[in-house]
Write a protein that binds this ligand. Structure first.
Ligand code: F6P
Length: 344
């Protein structure tokens, strides 16, 4: 990580900030962190609205500490976000780079997921300095142990499942809850463990529906449970299929809840406010130091900066040990628990 004491004067006089891809709680904290850091370093800040489309449409706004006052705790993104098919062309990228030069934007802080970083890479080939901030509720960017938005989304989903458990218990029902995560199961795993779910289905772990779902529900019922919760990641299988198969095989009254975009909203929890603010500030220090083609990442609790190309090369490891431990604890399976212990 470049240290602030190496900063004598900024290598850039004006930067842009944009948010792209699916929004996430904490995006505004990252915007504010970047804007206040730029203000400290005497760097002018331009907000680009609606992601890369904002460059193509010259959808700009001035950013300073007054404009970003009080946004740390606000969900969503004050700069809007959008996906732009026009930007995904060579001509679109060239047009976007011309827009940056027209506005005197020498560097860009891009806040989003892996798709956002690909767009930034394309722009950097035209001489625009770029630094990425990993921000998605999926937590599925391989080069970082944490992406802004994940913790808040997990807490939102956990609150919903806790509420569902109350009513499912009263009616002795089975609750199937489909959660987001795109092609990853990190959110589903965290929510399932945090809510004491009966079963967690994720795309990373293949399963035999009868053996790993139906038989386990039957075993839980025999062990005295009168309501059941199945957390299914959207990338594993459609929630409605899971609910239909459980009802058909067991006769248990089953209800499906698709949490959907509620997981993307809400006031960011403290971790996303702190990480967002910190990454926003660190991204600006890298641009001020004249660096480009970087992404801010976390390793444990430490912030590092990496070549941005790493953000879309490494796949994010799934916590198989935690998954196995969850199963062992849920079904009081001593052998699996001991195996899981040995493998740690
Ligand atoms: O990547 C974040 C995410 O919320 C995924 O978990 C989800 O599958 C996707 O975005 C939904 O995309 P959209 O908001 O375009 O429907």
């Amino acid at each position: 990580m470049t240290t602030e004491n190496e900063l004598v004067s900024s290598a850039v006089e004006r930067i842009g900030v944009l948010t792209s891809g699916g929004d996430a709680p904490g995006m505004n904290a990252a915007i504010r962190g970047a804007v206040r850091a730029a203000g400290c370093l005497g760097i002018d800040c331009i907000g680009i609205r609606h992601g890369y489309a904002g460059l193509l449409n010259h959808d700009f706004m001035h950013l300073d500490q007054q404009v970003v006052k009080g946004i740390t705790g606000r969900g969503g993104t004050m700069l809007y976000t959008a996906r732009s098919s026009e930007y995904n062309t060579e001509a679109g990228v060239t047009k976007a780079a011309d827009a940056c030069r027209h506005m005197g934007i020498e560097g860009l802080v891009v806040i989003g997921g892996d798709g956002t970083f690909r767009g930034a890479m394309d722009l950097s080939k035209h001489g625009i300095k770029v630094v990425g901030i990993p921000c998605t509720i999926d937590n599925d960017i391989g080069c970082t142990s944490y992406t802004i938005g994940f913790d808040t989304a997990c807490n939102t989903a956990v609150d919903a499942v806790d509420r569902l458990n109350d009513t499912m218990q009263s009616h002795e029902r089975c609750s199937v809850v489909e959660v987001m995560g795109r092609k990853a199961g990190h959110l589903a795993l965290a929510v399932g463990i945090a809510t004491g779910a009966t079963i967690i289905l994720v795309p990373e772990v293949k399963y035999d529906f009868n053996k790993d779902v139906i038989e386990r529900i039957r075993a839980a019922r025999l062990a005295g449970r009168n309501n059941f919760t199945v957390i299914v990641a959207e990338g594993a299988e459609p929630g409605y299929e899971v609910a239909d198969k459980i009802l058909e095989a067991t006769g248990i009254d089953t209800r499906l809840t698709m949490l959907g975009h509620i997981q993307r909203g809400g006031s960011p929890h403290v971790r996303d406010r702190v990480v967002g603010t910190s990454m926003g500030y660190k991204a600006v220090t890298l641009l001020a130091a004249g660096l480009s083609g970087k992404v801010i990442a976390m390793r444990g609790d430490k912030y590092i900066d990496l070549d941005i190309r790493e953000a879309f090369v490494l796949t994010k490891d799934f916590d198989y040990d935690m998954y196995k431990t969850f199963s062992a604890l849920t079904f009081m399976d001593k052998n699996t628990l001991l195996q899981s212990f040995k493998s740690t």
